[in-house]
Design a protein around this ligand. Structure first.
Ligand code: UD1
Ligand code: CA
Length: 453
């Protein structure tokens, strides 16, 4: 997406976030496994901003790394004197910048790029409004600031709830806080904002009233309430997460993925799923998952940092951890955990296994209960299983160890030495059978018991 004029994004994040009751900065709390602020910066980046400035209060050191990694800057608002005062903190960074300024909030992460570009387009409309404000109509207008506007979107008044009359409070068009203005208008207006109001704060919305006093109009554009959802508490964090998931599930289905019970599937911010995949109920994706086409993921599987190739089958109750690589037509069945391991084409680990730090060749069969013993309490070691090998049930493969292609490991083996190609390895106690022993034993014991009565 391209904007008409260069723009700067100013993201407010200086609020204390008291209601989160957290040592972690509010804007770093994750939605779909990714910091709220990072979601927002990611969306902003799609519009190629000239500047990204995040206004922080305490906890700057927590936020700085993320912001600079995305090519933005942080500025500090030492005291939280209000939203107008917060935006002013970006003035020095934007000294001489002759573009538009988009004002966003680190705790309002669901705003879409389309809405941001609509704000900038409206600002650059033929009637050249001084300020564009994003309004929304929530189910419960609560204590939001109100926007009094005509049907044409021209704003007559911006009023904070605390300062509003009963008639103004009855208006359902609320101020989201998101605004756009030209830098050359914004900072002079902010310089004139005072704090004589019910909260004793420097209100950002006052710039609209000041511009009006100069004979310049401002306009409101509306957005969907879910897009404007903010996070002030853990409960709201969960609501925003739910909203993000709702949209992601719809996207997955629109992309050709079957979700049997959409509400029970949890995506991460970067999950990739191909066409004609079927995802059964209660599947959870952690970050870093790539799923190719035609994959079935059965119920109750947890998948993170894994790559799954076409036609593979996962679960039910599978756990794929970072570095799991499942090749075409491979199968990972119930109660199987795979970590940092490749399962080659058509290989199968169908039941109750741990496959870690391993490379399993194409077509190999890993019997029920097989464990790769990859850790000695100090270091991790690898296991290599050749193509077409057959590992009998309940085997322990003590790494480092290698099983040759086509080899067979007898069930219940503890394998500590390499097994050559096409060999048979048996590493278990030899079976002894004493014919009739059990019957003789029972007879003797029964006699003993009788004698004691
Ligand atoms: C503000 C608006 C209100 C709007 C509401 C939407 C003002 C005066 N009021 O309410 O009209 O309906 O947002 O949520 O603007 N912040 C700072 N520094 C400050 C104060 C706030 O960075 O000194 C940041 C906060 O981190 C937060 C955002 O600005 O992300 C909004 O602050 P908050 O106190 O939640 O909003 P209100 O002022 O109550
Ligand atoms: Ca808020």
């Amino acid at each position: 997406m391209k904007t008409a004029r260069p723009f700067a994004a100013v993201i407010l994040a200086a609020g204390k976030g008291t209601r989160m009751k957290s040592d972690v900065h509010k804007v770093l709390h994750p939605i779909a496994g990714r910091a709220m602020l990072d979601h927002l910066l990611g969306v902003v980046d799609r519009l190629a901003p000239a500047h990204k400035i995040v206004v922080v209060g305490s906890g700057r050191e927590q936020v700085e790394h993320l912001v600079s990694a995305r090519g933005g800057e942080t500025v500090v608002q030492e005291q939280q004197l209000g939203t107008g005062h917060a935006v002013r903190q970006a003035e020095r960074e934007l000294n001489g910048f002759a573009g538009d300024v988009l004002i966003l909030y680190g705790d309002t992460p669901l705003v879409e790029a389309e809405t941001m570009s609509r704000m900038l387009e409206r600002l650059n409309g033929a009637d050249a409004p001084a300020v564009v404000v994003v309004g929304f109509r929530p189910d419960d207008a609560g204590a939001y600031g109100r926007i009094i506007a005509g049907d044409d979107g021209a704003i007559q008044k911006m009023v904070e709830f605390k300062d509003a009359t009963p008639e103004e409070r009855a208006v359902d068009l609320c101020n989201s806080g998101l605004m756009a203005a030209r830098a050359e208008d914004l900072f002079p207006l902010l310089g004139r904002v005072g704090n004589e109001n019910a909260a004793g704060e420097y209100y950002l919305p006052d710039i609209v009233m000041l511009a009006q006093g100069d004979g310049r109009k401002s306009v409101v554009i509306e957005a969907q309430p879910w897009e404007m959802a903010g996070v002030n508490s853990r409960a709201e964090l969960a609501l925003v997460e739910a909203e993000w998931q709702r949209r992601r599930r719809l996207q997955a289905m629109a992309d050709g993925v079957t979700l049997v019970a959409p509400d029970t599937v949890w995506f991460a911010h970067d999950t990739e799923v191909g066409r004609d995949c079927v995802i059964e109920p209660h599947v959870v994706f952690g970050p870093g998952v790539r799923v190719a086409d035609c994959v079935t993921i059965r119920a109750f599987s947890h998948i993170e940092g894994a790559t799954i190739a076409r036609n593979a089958e996962i679960g039910p109750y599978a756990r794929l951890r970072p570095g799991a690589e499942i090749d075409e037509n491979a199968k990972v069945g119930n109660f199987v955990e795979v970590k940092k391991a490749r399962l080659g084409k058509g290989a199968k680990a169908n039941h109750l296994s741990y496959i870690g730090d391993a490379d399993v060749g194409a077509g190999a069969n890993i019997g029920a209960g097989t464990i790769t013993c990859n850790y000695d309490g100090f270091f991790k070691y690898g296991t290599k299983i050749g193509e077409g090998a057959f590992i009998g049930s309940n085997s322990a493969l003590v790494a480092p160890v290698s099983i040759g292609a086509g080899a067979i490991v007898g069930a219940g083996s503890v394998v500590t030495r390499d097994v050559a190609e096409d060999a048979l390895a048996l590493a278990r106690g030899k079976q002894q059978v004493a014919p009739g022993w059990a019957a003789r034993f029972r007879a003797k014991m029964a006699e003993k018991k009788l004698a004691r009565k």
